[in-house]
Design a binder for this molecule. Structure first.
Ligand SMILES: [Zn+2]
Length: 58
């Protein structure tokens, strides 16, 4: 994973990954019950795709 992420909300360059399971924590082998998302370490903004959420370097 590249480290060129930059939060578009606060400019923080660090984020964490969080994986949660839908339902009551029962997850099958299909993996469909798992939802993975990311959040900014500084402002806690939640996003699904760091590349799209990151500020572009244009
Ligand atoms: Zn942020």
């Amino acid at each position: 994973m590249k480290k060129d992420f930059k939060c578009r909300v606060c400019g923080c360059t660090k984020y964490s990954t969080k994986t949660i399971s839908n339902g009551n924590g029962v997850v099958g082998f299909g993996g469909r019950a798992i939802v993975e998302y990311y959040y900014c370490n500084n402002c806690s903004a939640i996003f699904k795709d760091p590349k799209k959420f990151s500020l572009s370097k244009k």
